[in-house]
Design a protein around this ligand. Sequence first.
Ligand code: F6P
Length: 528
Amino acid sequence: MAAQDTPEWKTLSALADARTEPVLPTLVNHEHRSKDMSFSVAGCLFDFSKQKADEKVLDALIALAHAQQFNQRTVAMFTGEKINTSEQRAVLHPALRDGAPDAPTLLKQSVTSVRQRMIESAVDIRSGNRAGYTNKPFTDIVHIGIGGSHLGPELVVKALAAHKTTHINIHFLANIDAGDFEHAIANLNPETTLFIVVSKSFNTLETQINALSARSWFLERTANRDAIAQHFVGVTSNLAAAEEFGFSEENLFPIWDWVGGRFSLWSAVGLPVLIALGPENYSAFLSGAREVDEHFTSAPAEQNIPLMSALFATWNTNFLGTESLAILPYDQRLDLLTDFLQQLEMESNGKSVTQEGEHVSHTTMPVLWGGVGTNGQHAYHQFLHQGTRRYAADFILVAQDPYQKSEHHNWLTANALAQSQAMAVGLSSPDTPQRAVKGDHPTTTIVLEELGPRQLGGLLAVFEHKVFCQGVLWDINSFDQWGVELGKALAKPIYAELTQENNPDIEQDCVTRALIDHIKQAQNTHRT
Ligand code: F6P
């Protein structure tokens, strides 16, 4: 039965219709609210006390999860059933961090052996045992990949810079824009540069073009074709295409078909993370995520953090009408978190048909956006406090001050708490309506005890499982992404037209053709 036709969905609709607002100014003054609505895992506290749900709503949300067979679907995922039905694939990324003990044995064995190879390789690169073709140790690594093959590694390497235990510089190259390429390779010495090319499919345009440009850059400077094998590492599930590119067997790491791109950080996609942090910190990173897997598969629904996150998101999106989710990390080290979550949540749950291919009649993924605090307070928080749009927000804070600069850190923390307080309680101003702040906006506050490998691994795994739960509640497949294909296909004839004389055989709509003509003319004018 479609989610919106279940009695549980109807109960929630009735509760939403019967509610009287505002809810939060009262709820935040309940003595036990915080204790009842806060849960911890992997050194991260999730405080849901500023969500607009009382006990009745919570019970009804949990009933919806059961009606949507949350438990059975979780078991199906963790045991390797092909829950990505449109691509006939299992979804087993928890196995990459040993968080799926009931996954097939052979699969777990191959994870262990690839991880062992990754560790050996990383140790050798870090120590200089594995060096470039002139025997100089590597000083720079350029990670080439896009989307799920890029966002996670860059986020983690940047967020955990204080835990970096190597002098090797790590650069990231994703965009097809030549400016990104020039920036990534600026001032690099080919003798001491290692390229890691990451592409699950090995036919993603951006990664192919960037990898080919990197190979040409390397050959132009070294004139040594044999050295490619030493200076290029590949991570892919398309081993045949990768071999053709010139990777040696030793420098090729697999991505299995049961690892979705946006969930692939824990596979060899995360090789730069391992090189940057070293095996010990890397193991702590995986163990934080594993703690979350254990929590997710064993905690009761009413204490299950990923499930609760998805239930509140459903309540907000489908019953309270929130249109966006703002991600507000109050820590500069997490400034790439929004980008990462945009792919994770929007590519996963930006869908409009059910698992069976029926059109959904409820809304699905809201717009996910955001940015680091306190900067946002001087940009879009005005919109959040006095605009007309409904939204929900996640605040992410780190308790420990990493820099021993308590004045900065306490002001940062005070501002985060003040913003979520203002969003909850608002301000009434009957005489000067310009000053009134509506408040009553649902928010979650996530507090990391410190920003270490364990806590970051845990935080990201919570969001991953939230995405899965959300798909279950909406009855959509969170693990395919067919919507991105059309644009890729349409780009090909446009590229052909841009690079050759007008070709009447290429069909094009009139307005796109006009733009192509305009751009070509501008290019020619500029050239002459
Ligand atoms: O944008 C679509 C997408 O397929 C993502 O899902 C994926 O993470 C990204 O492109 C990169 O894909 P690949 O790893 O195959 O290069």
